[in-house]
Ligand binder design. Structure first.
Ligand SMILES: N[C@@H](CCC(=O)N[C@@H](CS)C(=O)NCC(=O)O)C(=O)O
Length: 210
């Protein structure tokens, strides 16, 4: 990763891509960014990425197509703020976000895509997860005064949930969660990570980011 400039296939609004871009920015990994429109994936991207999902980080000899692996790979090279210095419990929570919270978030946000599902149950379980998360915040973040990998991993999904209906979300009267979320979405790094790019076309000149 040191000299080679990898290509990040990304989609601006994708929560998985947001967390990958966030870490790549913090780790100072130079990259080319190819903005993928999910409904119009170029065949070059599909040939490169087995999963056909964003984010995918392509090197000359390999491609990483899981956002958590992209984050860990970048941080193992350069972790200026010690985000990997996290208790084992953080990894358990990362798995829970993926396996428990994200499915219930999707079933709440995109309820019409799950006609067989009892959406009230999914919404309840998503909120229950957030109530527990709110209680876990010690200091400003999940493990104290500084964010760790799990905070970065989780905030794009909490943001997605909050954005379903911001007023409704804020009415919960979270003790800590609202400020925790704001610490990310109100930051300069978030602004940088949300820079807009035109849809990538394989014949266009490469776009470097940052
Ligand atoms: N487990 C993958 C999931 C990535 C993912 O599902 N990304 C969505 C966009 S948010 C995607 O590319 N979906 C493929 C599609 O919609 O065709 C990761 O963590 O990177």
């Amino acid at each position: 990763m040191d000299k080679e400039i990898p290509i990040l296939y990304s989609f601006r609004q994708c929560p998985y891509a947001i967390r990958a871009r966030w870490v790549l920015l913090s780790s100072n990994v130079n990259k080319e960014l190819s903005e993928i429109v999910l409904k119009d994936k170029p065949s070059e991207f599909l040939r490169a990425s087995n999963s056909g999902t964003v984010p995918s980080l392509q090197f000359k000899d390999k491609i990483i197509d899981e956002s958590i692996d992209i984050m860990i790979c970048a941080l193992r090279k350069n972790d200026p703020d010690g985000w990997l210095d996290m208790p084992e419990e953080g990894y358990r929570l990362i798995a829970k976000v993926e396996k428990k919270f994200k499915p219930n978030l999707d079933k709440t946000k995109y309820a019409n895509r799950y006609p067989q599902n009892d959406n009230k149950v999914s919404r309840y379980l998503a909120i229950k997860f957030l109530i527990d998360l709110d209680k876990k915040i010690k200091g400003d973040f999940l493990f104290g005064e500084q964010p760790k990998l799990v905070d970065i991993d989780t905030f794009p999904f909490v943001r997605q949930f909050a954005n379903i209906d911001t007023n409704w979300f804020n009415e919960f009267g979270w003790e800590k969660l609202q400020n925790w979320l704001e610490a990310f979405v109100g930051s300069n790094l978030f602004d940088k990570s949300q820079k807009k790019f035109n849809q990538w076309r394989p014949d266009a000149a490469p776009v470097f980011f940052p």
